[in-house]
Write a protein that binds this ligand. Sequence first.
Ligand code: MN
Length: 251
Amino acid sequence: MDKRKFLKVSAIAATGLVINPFYSCNTKDKKDSVISKPDLLEYTKRTEDFYLPPLSFPVEALEPNIDKMTMEIHHGKHHAGYVRKLNAAIKDTSFSDMPILDILSNISDTDTGVRNNGGGHFNHTLFWDIIAPNSGGEPTGKLEESMDTTFGSFKDFKAAFSTAAKTRFGSGWAWLSVDDGGKLFVSSTPNQDNPLMKNLVEQNGTPILGIDVWEHAYYLNYQNKRGEYIDNFFNIINWKKVSDNFMKSIG
Ligand code: MN
């Protein structure tokens, strides 16, 4: 990391601002506000390399649901690796100056490196953003209403989401997303795919909540007990953030 970038990242970390991947939908509209909103624009503008967004909480803050060492390795090694490899994969390609959402919606099944590492970068950025200490509970407001309409109740949503996560064979993710009509749906994708990859997934939409079920996300603490990790994940979901994502997705 060069000095300029280090200073910018440090400044973001110091203010405690979280980088929300959904703002990259509006990259062009936001270009004029680079100076006033550095937290958003650092992520969306593409004159520089992608970089690892800082966590908004200490690595030990999610214990006992997610342990400190898992967080250190998951964020500091795995996610950092996706960022590094994404930057290498897009270099000198048509993706090189695109915001992440544009990259994901344009990739095809031949763009293997960009698919795996662009997905890895987006998915983890969303993941860190929708978990937090002292969270859990249930959503309220419009998201709650929409869940009731689509799934029947929060409990029914939880069952569908948990089943998607528990039955994903091998590595992947389970998602709560919003389709083009503003309707919620639960899905699961392999590897680092996600519902934004419209050329590659069965159900295309905007993910507002996701759970990483790669073994690197839980194995140190839970070993083979993926189900227990998924159950405990509900203790750290930041429903305020998920609701914000929902409102942006339908707005
Ligand atoms: Mn992961």
